[in-house]
Design a protein around this ligand. Structure first.
Ligand code: DCB
Length: 334
């Protein structure tokens, strides 16, 4: 009898318990009154996709607003406790994106960068913010090209951060070039999602073709998984109402859109800044409660950077024209 009970316990702990715990979390979120609203993740908990929206543990629609790092192989040091506190308390940022470049000296040639990712994720969790782990493909334009490395990476991340509500997985930043949704991105996404879903139901953001602009194509052939958002990226000097039309089309087809990267500049990260068009974009996104993340936390000599060259922190005197604008826009209640 004793043996039998032990065997039952072992089986239960391997198969059922984690799952049940997760379910409990969703069904019985903490009492709202006991949490401060600006304790952001404590309050909102594990996020889900419902219809075209991101909803919190109470089923309320929420909009995430935040900042993306630049490539962490170059500008990772800006992700530190002081700066995260400024972004959270002074700006009202509730999500931070870690752009882990794969190419250009990133993960593919220096896998130790994963230690940095883990360090930053922990720091961001400590600030009670959401965090996006971004597999930042760019010049390596086809996500399929390094799918094995990606599988291993996301398996480790999902295992490590299962049951951590803060974490959002972005599995391919910007597929581009001769890469299609049907033949490259969707099959890649299916493989990676399958792995992440072994561990966790957290939101997964999937990039789309043409530097994450073709959300209309993805909407016509969506992934058959829950809690998926599709990335739409824009740069205000290059992408205008025609790209908003693609988002409208996608929303009508009932997929969720997440603008995990956008800039006030032209598509090369420089030029402008184009604040009138940026404002049109933000009015549009805010009206639809579409979450957005600005590129980038760096002091690079390019107009999309939120800091002036030579800056060591995010104090007001260091903000570029774009940085000032973004701070104002995030602070504003919509
Ligand atoms: C995206 C990328 C991002 C890139 C920005 C701005 O690329 F996701 O990594 O950032 O948008 O171009 C830039 C940095 C530069 C850096 C360069 C290469 O700001 O400092 O030198 O990455 O690492 C896009 C987005 C859209 C389009 C083209 C690109 N577009 N692109 O529509 O044509 O070619 O990088």
């Amino acid at each position: 009898m004793k043996k039998f009970l032990i065997v039952c316990l072992v089986i239960l702990s391997i198969t059922g318990c984690g799952y049940n715990k997760k379910q409990e979390k969703i069904i019985n979120p903490p009492k709202k009154e006991t949490i401060e609203k600006n304790d952001f993740v404590s309050y909102n908990g594990l996020l889900r996709i419902n219809d075209t929206n991101i909803v919190n543990q109470y089923g309320e629609i929420i909009q995430l607003k935040g900042i993306s790092s630049h490539g962490i192989q170059w500008y990772g040091d800006y992700i530190n406790e002081e700066n995260l506190k400024t972004l959270k308390n002074d700006w009202g940022v509730n999500v931070f994106r870690i752009a882990m470049y794969t190419d250009e000296g990133g993960y593919l040639t220096d896998s130790s960068i994963e230690d940095k990712v883990n360090k930053y994720v922990e720091m961001i969790i400590k600030q009670d913010m959401y965090v996006i782990i971004d597999w930042h493909i760019l010049k390596d334009n086809d996500p399929m090209a390094n799918i094995d490395k990606s599988k291993q990476f996301f398996e480790r991340m999902a295992k490590k951060y299962k049951n951590v509500p803060n974490v959002i997985f972005e599995i391919c930043n910007e597929p581009n070039g001769n890469v299609t949704w049907k033949d490259n991105i969707k099959p890649y996404a299916e493989e990676i999602i399958k792995i992440i879903r072994k561990y966790t139901t957290n939101i997964i953001v999937v990039g789309t073709s043409t530097w994450s602009q073709d959300v209309d194509i993805a909407a016509d052939d969506p992934l058959n998984y829950s809690n998926i958002a599709y990335a739409c990226h824009f740069y205000a000097g290059t992408h205008t109402s025609w790209l908003r039309d693609k988002i409208d089309y996608a929303l009508n087809k009932k997929i969720a859109i997440f603008v995990t990267e956008w800039g006030t500049s032209s598509a090369d990260g420089n030029g402008g800044v184009f604040l009138d068009e940026s404002k049109r974009w933000l009015d549009y996104l805010n009206s639809k409660k579409i979450s957005w993340i600005n590129w980038s936390l760096s002091d690079k000599q390019e107009s999309s950077a939120i800091l002036k060259p030579g800056s060591t922190n995010i104090s007001d005197v260091n903000l570029s024209e774009s940085g000032k604008f973004i701070k104002e826009q995030i602070k504003k209640e919509v």
